[in-house]
Write a protein that binds this ligand. Structure first.
Ligand code: SF4
Length: 362
């Protein structure tokens, strides 16, 4: 039996074409788009606007599949880590973080990641594959449905889960356009943040987009030597060029670039590091999120003592840089920043040992 084509994840123009192929007007495709993304229909029977006969024809050829939830791990702090499974057996993780006045979802753009940041658990998986736009959107819709989050709830989306979003550019932007569409999820692009390890061509391309999420750059070091040791991608896109791309990035009124800086005990967490970071971001309309590392047994890095975290933040502030300590949520369920890793999808241990490449631990 031929498998049905999943309509979830298709853009308006693709749905218009499908409607026309079915002998209907393009307008019907736009109605399907609205039903899928705005009204969150998960079955053709819920698309009353289409008429019974057309709905039945669609149901015979097409399906509506979000990202099926394989596992939910609730945290004591109210957040939850979801493992979402896809048709080919791959999976990705999504983190749900409720707050009194809003909900934040941290979503993945790839299953695994090829960028290989030395402190990141996802890197231990290697890159398994890119996620499709439907699989990216499916994470959002599956969690909204599971948590019964009503339309009108203040929602923030951050591409800070598994993967480097700018290395899956087309699918990520396809998903962003649907999320931001008035007949899609209707989310302001200002409520969507894309975090990158510093893929300069992707930043330059993003700068030209009409619908553009906010940009966050994962910095994590104050010199090229230190950054190349922690994030090998820095050899290709070194700090000077990265900061130049950040300076050229267009910003909307009242918007700031975000730099994320994960503090690793004895590696990148001195006052001198903070001073150099202040020098790097000087002149930019930016803020720095200072993130105490979330450690785990599989990697050699440890969390900096809290006095050092405070001193780092204060040094940045003294230099006139807005800086904020961010304590990750979901630490008890391995959902915190840098901790996402689909169990069983890790590379063999021989493939991840790289002591020569580790920076010295002072
Ligand atoms: S920190 Fe982000 S870019 Fe780096 S390896 Fe992890 S998921 Fe990939």
């Amino acid at each position: 039996m031929q498998s049905k084509t999943n309509l979830f994840g298709l853009e308006r123009s693709e749905l218009e074409r499908i409607a026309c192929d079915c002998g209907e007007s393009a307008y019907r495709g736009r109605q399907i788009f609205r039903a899928l993304y705005r009204l969150r229909a998960s079955q053709f029977g819920e698309m009353a606007v289409l008429g019974r006969a057309f709905r039945d024809r669609l149901a015979g050829r097409f399906s509506i599949v979000h990202a099926p939830i394989r596992e939910t791990c609730p945290s004591q702090d109210g957040s939850a880590r979801y493992v979402l499974g896809f048709a080919d057996g791959e999976a990705a993780e999504t983190v749900y973080m409720p707050e009194p006045d809003r909900v934040t979802l941290c979503i993945s753009s790839q299953a695994g990641c090829a960028v290989d940041c030395r402190f990141c658990f996802t890197a231990l998986m290697g890159l398994r594959r890119n996620l499709s736009a439907g699989e990216i959107l499916g994470q959002v819709y599956s969690v909204l449905e599971d948590r019964k989050i009503e339309r009108g709830t203040r929602l923030n989306l951050v591409f800070m889960g598994m993967g480097e979003p700018l290395l899956n550019y087309d699918a990520v932007m396809h998903a962003v356009r649907i999320l931001a569409d008035r007949d899609g999820l209707g989310l302001s692009p200002r409520r969507i943040t894309l975090s990158t390890s510093g893929i300069i061509p992707g930043i330059l391309r993003l700068a030209r987009e009409e619908v553009r999420p906010k940009l966050a750059v994962s910095l994590n070091a104050s010199t090229d030597e230190q950054r190349s040791a922690l994030m090998p991608i820095n050899r290709k896109y070194p700090l000077e060029k990265l900061m130049a791309a950040c300076r050229a990035y267009p910003q909307r009124p009242r918007e700031r670039l975000t730099f994320e800086y994960v503090l690793l005990d004895g590696v990148n967490d001195t006052v001198a590091d903070a001073q150099r970071v202040a020098g790097l971001v000087r002149g930019l309309h930016a803020k720095v999120n200072v993130i105490p590392y979330n450690s785990g047994d599989a990697l050699p890095y440890r969390t900096s003592p809290f006095e050092r975290v405070l001193a780092f933040e204060q040094t940045l502030r003294d230099a006139g840089v807005p800086a904020f300590i961010r304590i990750s949520r979901g630490r008890d369920i391995r959902a915190a920043c840098g901790q996402l890793l689909v169990e069983g999808a890790r590379k063999p241990i021989t493939a991840i040992m790289r002591p020569a490449a580790l920076p010295s631990l002072r």
